[in-house]
Ligand binder design. Structure first.
Ligand code: CP
Length: 330
């Protein structure tokens, strides 16, 4: 792999390799090992054209735990606000000898454009582009699910897939790069994916996605999912035409206290509740976020291990990387 741009192009072997390496990386920082020297002398640039808390900090922590130098580039306060183009910004980073560029951009396809260009030689990692993809979020979600699946089903081992697992993704799928990356990755790893949301917040063409779509959340919960992934309602990307009111949205699509209790009544003792963050508390999720079923903080924690694995495999060259490079396409 030279770049990590999407999960749609990621083969099962590449995804599992990344998750297995992330398991090995999870010992660093969390337990006895503080740092690895693996990327000493390498430079990772965080190039964020959109706001971020989890992803940016997580990539910074990951790079530092691998002993890389980190440059954080925020658009606010940079010459991008004076009109500097992506090309000129990228070439400036190239002149500073960046080995990896972690990019978040409001335009779908911006990371792929950068990777396909001759502006830089650096590895490009997509940290979220428009409504397109957020591959490391999906990988950390899969890592979290794989640990959960192993905990209830037996001992985790390298190469374990998510075969047999049923994951329900709920809410604003239309604007969600997290949902898209998860649909592709979870199905690649063998999970069954269910989607539920109001018709106005489901994309045109969803019928061709490899999942079952529900227009009623309780009907979807009745399918007995092993995990329920709530999506943030991206109010900043829509107007009132998309949903009647926040109260109505919360009642029909929020994972509220009643639905949390329903899982107990249904005997779904092992079903977990996920959210990529940031959350709209009281809208798409409420007490479930703080319940023992919540994996939300584990997802954040796991994100560092997954991003360490991504940086390590891209920058140090993976001896196992002998498959067709379908996941490097731009
Ligand atoms: N999940 C996620 O991408 O969060 P941030 O926007 O805080 O990075």
């Amino acid at each position: 792999m030279k770049h990590l741009l999407s999960t749609r192009d990621l083969s099962a072997a590449s995804a599992l390799r990344l998750l297995d390496v992330a398991e090995e990386m999870s010992a660093v920082g969390e337990r006895e090992i503080k740092k690895l020297p693996a990327l000493r002398g390498r430079t990772v640039v965080n190039l964020f054209f959109e706001d971020s808390t989890r992803t940016r900090i997580s990539f910074e922590a990951a790079a530092k735990r691998l002993s890389a130098d980190v440059i954080n580039f925020a658009v606010k306060g940079s010459s991008v606000s004076k009109g500097e183009s992506l090309k000129d910004t990228a070439q400036t980073l190239e002149a500073m000898s960046a080995d990896a560029v972690v990019i978040r951009h409001p335009a779908s396809g911006a990371p792929a454009r950068l990777a396909a260009s001759d502006w830089i030689d650096a590895a490009v990692i997509n940290a979220g582009d428009g409504t397109h993809e957020h591959p490391t979020q999906a990988l950390l979600d899969a890592f979290t699910l794989r640990r959960h699946w192993a905990r209830i089903g037996g001992t985790p081992s390298a190469g374990t897939t998510l075969a047999g697992m049923k994951v329900l993704i709920v809410g604003d799928v239309l604007h969600s790069r997290v949902a898209r990356s998860n649909v592709w990755l979870l199905t690649t790893l063998g999970a069954e994916v269910l989607l539920a949301g109001p018709p106005t917040l489901l994309p045109v063409g969803i019928g061709s996605w490899p999942c079952t779509v529900f227009y009623d959340l309780d009907e979807a919960i009745a399918q007995r999912p092993d995990a329920v992934m709530m999506l943030r309602l991206q109010a900043e990307r829509m107007n009132a035409a998309f949903f009647p009111s926040t109260r109505e949205y919360s009642r029909r699509w929020g994972f509220d206290d009643g639905r949390l209790a329903l899982l107990d009544i249904m005997g779904l003792d092992d079903t977990v509740i996920m959210h990529p963050g940031p959350m709209n508390r009281g809208l798409e999720i409420s007490a479930a976020a703080d319940s023992p079923r919540s994996t939300i903080l584990a997802q954040v924690r796991n994100g560092v291990s997954v991003r360490m694995a991504a940086l390590y495999l891209l920058l140090s060259g993976d001896p196992h990387d002998d498959e067709p490079r379908d996941d490097e396409t731009h």
